[in-house]
Structures are given as structure tokens and as C-alpha cells.
Write a protein that binds this ligand. Sequence first.
Ligand code: A2P
Length: 283
Amino acid sequence: MTQFHSPNDHYRLSDGKFIPSVGFGTWQMPNDAHTSRAVSEAIAAGYRHIDTAQMYGNEEAVGQGIRDSGAGREEIFLTTKIGNGKHSYELAKASITESLRLLGTDYIDLVLIHWPNPREFRDHWQAANAETWRALEEFVDTGQVRSIGISNFLPHHMDELLKTARHKPVVNQIMLCPGLIDRETVAYCEARDILLEAYSPLGRGELLDAPELKRIADNHKKSPAQVALRWSLQMGFLPLPKSKTAARIVENIDLFDFRLTDAEVEELSGIETTATYLSHPDA
Ligand code: A2P
């Protein structure tokens, strides 16, 4: 089981780079000053890893929040994701150039293909992903992107990508929370040293009333959210909690003064939850 003692602890990616073990998620945060403030509050609270996406439409605000925080660019691990309409060599290249501009940075730590099978490319998603990946690999070669990965990919999508990939994906970002574990995708990634990043690690908040979570939280004198996030870490996942609330931003990284037992981790893995994927990767 993975040991984590501080928010400065990292996972080592298969390309040799290091990634901070908890990231701040920014989905559904608008491109405005509130988002910039949430990002700089997160950095002040100790997060060193910020996760955005072209389709979130907030890259400018996220970049501004990082600059406002006063942290040096090299101190922050920054992720963005290629939008669904950009799955070709040329479109992907242009979109990353645009992300660099909007984020106001000369490199991005990690770029992911956001979804494997967007409607626009449905009849040739395999070739579209291969071409997008080729564009990403060129950015790695120039150093403007440091690592590349995928999101919402199921095993059959990864099988296709790995046929032509020169650089292996280092992460797969999928929805993972107590009670919602796609065992097949998790096993596939673990066997290939592809780190699993957990989006919606709180089940979009739906999980937090689960009685098991509350009981375990009380035992450790922590909150249900903290227990769900600690579960992620002990499963070997990298949680990406998001909150626009200052106190919760702080709470969600205060995960390093307690440890769940193996039995608690197992119980949480099996809890009943209504939290589920918003859309299937092929639909
Ligand atoms: P808010 O942004 O208003 O603070 P997930 O990361 O699983 O998608 O969950 C995000 C949702 O959970 C948001 O609605 C967020 O609300 C809420 N949330 C985030 N952190 C906490 C927390 N520590 N306790 C309770 N709810 C939280």
C-alpha cells in the first residue's frame, strides 16, 4: 500500500517525472476572478498540482490564479486536456498552442486526451486518437509539454492507442471514488504502469452521506470528504478534489495526519453509492 505523509509527496510517472499526490480540480469553475482566487487559495493551502481542461473554458483564470499565488511556475504541476473537437494532428497542435497562450506559460506539465471517442470523430476515433497523440508527442520532444496521458479511456481505447504510441501514456484520469471502481480499467492501467487519477473523488458530493464513510470519519476525527480522499491515496490513485469554498479547499488537502486500516479501505471500496459516470466514454 502506498505511503503518503505530506502534500509534498509525489507519485513517480513511468516517464521518470514526479507528480504531486493530490491535485486541485477546476471542472465547472468559470473563467473569472472567483476561479483565479480559488486556485491561488488552493496553492496557499499547499496544493502544488492544478488540473484544468480546454473544455472547462477556464484556462485563462487558472493561469492567472497560479501567477497571483506568487508561486514560481516550476513549483506548480499544471495539467490541461485536449478538447473533444480537436482530435486531429493539426487541430491538436493548434489547441495546445492556444492552451499555452491562455494559461500564460511556456510549458505544460501534463496534457491529456480528454475523451477517447467524441461524437465528431466516432467513425474513425482510433485514427483520430493516434493523430492527436502524434501531435502531443511532438510537444514532448520540444519540451513545451513534459508528460502526456489520457482520460476516460477504457481498455479497448488504450489497446488502440498503444499500437502506434511512441511515448506511453503516463496517466489515465477516470472517475473513481469509494463504491465506484472500474476494476477492469484499473487492472489494465496498473499492469502497464499508467497512474490512475481520480476525478470526482467525492462522487460529486453524493458520496458524503454514506453511513460507512461517516462512521470511519468519526473514528479518525476527520470529515467524510477527507476519508474518501485518503481512500484514493491508499488505493494508489491520485485524487483531484474540487471546491470553490475556501474552508473545503483547505480541508481537502489535510489528509496526511491519519491512515485508514486495510479493512477500512476494503469496506469503502465496496460501499453502495448513487455516484456514477455522467456519460459513458463511447456514448
Ligand atoms: P463546493 O465547490 O461548493 O465546495 P467532486 O470533487 O467529487 O466532483 O465533488 C465536488 C463537489 O463536492 C462540489 O459540489 C463541492 O462543493 C463539494 N465538496 C468539495 N469538497 C467538499 C468537502 N470537503 N465537504 C463537502 N462537500 C465538498
